[in-house]
Write a protein that binds this ligand. Structure first.
Ligand code: FAD
Length: 599
């Protein structure tokens, strides 16, 4: 095919990519739109408002107690209350007493409950509704569903998910807990231990993974099973109001009917339920970052030094501008992810026997998005809390104020649901896999742009500069992807020095691409103007991040062609952001609203 021909022919379109994860990599804002909180339905808004009311009225007043001390009675009371309100049954099929709503609504519930400002109860609730209930919803037979789901949905039962072992952390499949069928073939006998299990001491029902021979298998274990022993509570750095315990299985007798799925299905069960756990963690951490920004702001307005409020100092304003931008970025990725998953799930036949298989495939297919949500949310919260302490000075270090507790609570988010290193491996690894298998047309996109890294699509004047920067970054990222595939092929997943900056390029690119699509889809009004001021800061930051990470990779793996293209296109782009001005504008808005203002 001649080059001139190539330029004219569009080789793929959104239609080819309906429902596919990772499609943001190859579709621009004129070719597709994304879901975001501005598109919540009326029903979703109603649920949001009811969860927020409950959180503010019932959780916030007891947040100190919920966060800092283990209180099983109070936790159980809250579980029953949120159960009654339907917040534990969003994913549960109607047939078993649930609401069976979409993934966006499930995220909205944890988002809005987070405004109760108790990280511990959110960890307990999220573990229960996510990793404990989803295995039963997705893999349980009707008898198991009937037996456990209504009680878990009402909050009468608390659930946990027991995967981690002393020798099997990130490498979950290295488990040594064993399950052997007894002579009578009535029970599996479990021996081994699971560590660091959320809700461990309180759980009435545990989803436990063990080896049957050499096959990784899941079981539902009830708390009164013979041989099931709960160890002491861990003394933790943070989230002290949530239970974390070791579970011992000492010839633990589990009835054969409590096997979940089939022998050998433990791997898919474990991995598949972790994906929604990741984007939901993105949602709760983002929500935390927003209310902590507001908390730090309240303090800064009050605190005077050198005869003025500390909020007047440029170095303090700088931190607030970054907090707002990062929260908005994280929020954009979170709901783009749930919206993309919902859109794909909507095309499934709910009455089909394979419905949940289809749901899982779709969620797994969006693992790039889910991992980005998790990494971005947890790192946004980490930044916000760290700078929140700094803004408060000495008071930030004193337990009387909530920021010190938040500083401790925040840390776990970068460790569980797959450490951020493991999630970066997933991001880089899946982009590689999807490119090699041509699940997303990365090579076609590169081919289309061979002579024109910045396509000149017709877009309104207000957006043209943003569009060009995003499209330059897309071309750069995709060319680096191709370069890495040609250099390493499948082995790229083992080249972590390269994989990490590559994953960071993907994260940065997703932020500007999704941010632009969110902004571009907004109606012209004040909200759009406020959003635009945040977006242009985000765009400039991640443009430099992408350039820096590509330079890091190209220093190690030189490629003259890409280097020349970068030079050539940077000249053409002539992009000259003024980030200090952008941040000043964001802070002006923030100080007017006196809280995070883009929800
Ligand atoms: C409060 C709390 C609650 C928890 N709740 C649960 C629960 O409910 N259920 C459950 O099953 N587990 C739970 N966990 C366990 C948690 O999921 C694990 O701690 C986590 O997956 C990391 O495993 P690890 O601690 O063994 O760290 P390791 O896997 O030993 O990792 C150590 C370091 O090495 C890095 N690393 C490991 N492998 C790689 C690699 N291939 N490439 C690059 N870097 C790598 C990690 O990122 C990390 O920085 C919980 C843990 C805590 C602390």
């Amino acid at each position: 095919m001649e080059v001139s021909e190539k330029k004219q022919i569009k080789m793929y379109s959104e239609k080819d990519l309906v429902g596919k994860g990772g499609k943001f990599l190859v579709l621009n804002a004129l070719e597709t739109s994304i879901f975001c909180r501005e598109k919540f339905s009326e029903e979703q808004k109603m649920i949001a408002s009811s969860a927020e009311d409950y959180a503010k009225e019932q959780l916030k007043p007891v947040s100190n107690e919920l966060n800092n001390v283990l209180n099983e009675e109070l936790t159980r009371k809250i579980f029953k209350e949120v159960g009654e309100l339907g917040f534990l049954s969003v994913d549960v099929p109607e047939k078993f007493g649930g609401l069976e709503l979409d993934k966006t609504t499930a995220s909205i519930v944890v988002d809005c409950l987070s405004s109760g400002e108790s990280a511990s109860i959110m960890v307990s609730i999220s573990a229960h509704t996510g990793i404990a209930m989803l295995p039963i919803i997705w893999y349980g037979n009707d008898v198991q569903k009937e037996k456990y789901l209504p009680k878990m949905a009402s909050g009468e039962y608390i659930g946990c998910f027991a995967l981690t072992e002393p020798g099997a952390g990130s490498d979950v499949l290295a488990a040594s807990t064993k399950a052997e069928l007894n002579k009578e073939k009535t029970h599996y006998i479990l021996n081994g231990q699971k560590i660091y299990i959320t809700n461990g001491s309180w759980a009435d029902v545990s989803v436990v993974f063990a080896m049957v021979g050499n096959k990784y298998t899941a079981f539902i274990v009830e708390k009164d099973c013979e041989g099931f022993v709960v160890g002491a509570e861990e003394k933790k750095l943070g989230i002290k109001g949530s239970s974390t315990a070791t579970l011992f299985f000492e010839n633990c007798k589990v009835p054969i009917e409590n096997m979940l799925g089939e022998v050998g299905q433990g791997g898919p069960i474990a991995f598949n339920v972790l994906y929604p756990g990741r984007y939901k963690l993105g949602v709760t951490t983002c929500a935390g970052a927003k209310y902590l920004t507001t908390g730090a702001l309240d303090f800064a307005f009050e605190r005077e030094q050198f005869s003025r409020s500390v909020s007047n100092f440029g170095m303090i304003k700088n931190k607030f501008a970054n907090m707002v931008t990062k929260s908005w970025e994280s929020d954009s990725i979170n709901y783009m992810t749930t919206g993309a998953i919902d859109e794909a799930i909507n095309s499934l036949d709910k009455t089909s026997d394979n419905y949940y298989e289809g749901v899982q495939k779709i969620i797994e297919d969006h693992s790039i998005e889910a991992s980005i949500s998790k990494v971005l949310g947890s790192e946004t919260l980490a930044y916000t809390v760290d700078e929140g302490v700094q803004i408060m000075g000495g008071a930030g270090f004193i337990e009387e104020y909530p920021m010190a507790g938040a500083y401790r609570d925040e840390r776990i988010n970068r460790i569980f649901e797959g450490t951020n290193e493991i999630n970066r491996m997933i991001i880089g690894g899946y982009v590689l896999k999807k490119s090699i298998l041509e699940e997303i047309p990365i090579r076609m996109c590169i081919q289309e742009r061979e002579d024109n890294w910045i396509p000149s699509d017709k877009i309104d004047d207000d957006s043209i500069e943003y569009f060009k920067v995003v499209e330059f970054c897309r071309s750069l990222l995709l060319n680096i992807t191709n370069h890495l595939i040609l250099t390493y092929g499948q082995d790229l997943k083992n080249e972590q020095w390269i994989l990490e900056p590559f994953a960071d390029m993907v994260i940065s690119f997703s932020i500007i691409d999704i941010g632009f699509k969110r902004l571009y889809g907004l109606e012209k009004n004040d909200h759009k103007e406020n959003t635009e001021r945040v977006f242009r800061h985000s765009l400039a930051n991640h443009y430099y991040e992408i350039l820096n990470n590509s330079k890091l990779i190209l220093e190690h793996l030189p490629n003259d062609e890409i280097n020349n293209k970068i030079e050539e296109n940077l000249n053409q782009l002539n992009y000259k952001p003024d980030r200090i001005k952008y941040k000043q504008d964001i802070v002006n808005d923030l100080y007017k609203f006196k809280k995070y203002y883009l929800d």
